[in-house]
Design a protein around this ligand. Structure first.
Ligand SMILES: O=C(O)CCC(=O)C(=O)O
Ligand SMILES: [Fe+2]
Length: 340
């Protein structure tokens, strides 16, 4: 395996190798203006003791999940110091000698720690301009022991991320007219799986020809994402792409496939991608929150009706992850495979 970082640094690249050239069709290049109408949710209002404030925030959350499947979250309680430390130590991880990182070059989707490049190198003809580290951080915490402070920082960040996800899942349950703990209990989130994915997109000599991560949806219930000073995240909305410039101190939140399945399509798993730039290394850190791996997930009966029959077949979360991660992304959502 040759990482993108290695490619950029060792070969002093002037142009990208042909196997990284992603041909885009014309629709792929149509952009809205930056941040166009993207909703913002205030986490402190969502958890407020002022009932009126809370009620309004829950309604806004429901609207954002239904109409967008994506929003920016402010006042989430994860400190700037911690976020900067996660970004700093992540950067240091990718700066380790390749030999040390390769100790984590796992083969299987469920390896507790996996360092890799592109998305699924075994399946892809066109490679993506991305190196990554994935760690299962809950129920059992795993992370590399190098560089110094990396493990501790990731553990603290993962714990804080779970608190935010828990608060959002309560708000989402209420917004659906369900009890506050409904999703949490039904999805066995206390035993659920949390995966931390750190993406590294080195500067690219032809950013318009390469792709960091192609259009896809995330498999879990919710993903929380943050990044360093370089933008690159885009969400698909009404067939066009919106480049996202996160509000200062905000987290980007995606609804994932399992929330779409659970709500029988009411809340949308948003299609998104990561583009690359020629200026500097972009780092993004996502934490994906899902049910326990052995949970069978299908649409919840309380949300079904004669006029709203199940639109997805139930599947074990573990099987769904394998389905998504062992195939090519093909610019498609894996949900297409289980739609009835
Ligand atoms: O790097 C980004 O902005 C997006 C990353 C992402 O979508 C993912 O890791 O699933
Ligand atoms: Fe994603």
């Amino acid at each position: 395996m040759v990482s993108v970082k290695e490619l950029v640094e060792l070969k002093c690249l002037r142009s990208i190798p042909l196997n990284y050239v992603c041909l885009k069709n014309s629709e792929d290049s149509i952009l809205y203006s930056e941040n166009e109408n993207i909703p913002t949710i205030d986490f402190s209002q969502l958890t407020s003791s002022n009932l009126n404030e809370r009620f309004n925030a829950i309604q806004q959350l429901g609207d954002a999940c239904r109409d967008w499947g994506f929003f920016m979250l402010i006042n989430h309680g994860i400190s700037e110091t911690l976020r900067n430390e996660v970004l700093r130590t992540s950067h240091m991880f990718f700066n380790l000698p390749e030999k040390e990182k390769m100790e984590y070059a796992g083969q299987d989707v469920f390896d507790p720690i996996k360092y890799g490049t592109s998305f699924n190198v075994m399946e892809e003809k066109t490679l993506f301009w991305r190196d990554f580290l994935k760690c299962y951080v809950y129920p059992h915490f795993d992370a590399p022991s190098k560089p110094p402070d990396f493990r501790e920082t990731l553990e603290e960040f993962s714990t804080k991320g779970r608190e935010v996800a828990k608060g959002l899942l309560k708000g989402i349950s209420l917004s659906l007219g369900l009890e506050e703990k409904y999703i949490h209990e039904r999805m066995k989130v206390e035993l659920g799986s949390q995966v931390l994915a750190i993406n590294c997109y080195p500067p690219c000599p032809n950013p318009e020809l390469a792709m960091g991560l192609p259009a896809h949806t995330d498999h879990g219930l919710l993903t929380l994402l943050m990044q360093n000073e370089f933008d690159g995240f885009q969400v698909q909305w009404n067939g066009k792409w919106i480049p996202v410039h996160p509000l200062p101190n905000s987290l980007l939140i995606n609804i994932g496939d399992h929330m779409e399945i659970l709500t029988n399509g009411k809340y949308k798993s948003v299609v998104h991608r990561a583009v690359v730039n020629g200026k500097g290394t972009r780092i993004s850190v996502g934490t994906a929150h899902g049910p326990s791996l052995d949970t069978h997930v299908g649409p919840v009966p309380e949300l079904l009706a004669d006029h709203n029959p199940p639109a997805y077949r139930a599947i074990k979360y573990r099987d769904y992850i394998r389905l998504q991660q062992t195939n090519q992304l093909n610019n498609k959502s894996c949900l297409d495979r289980i739609r009835i």
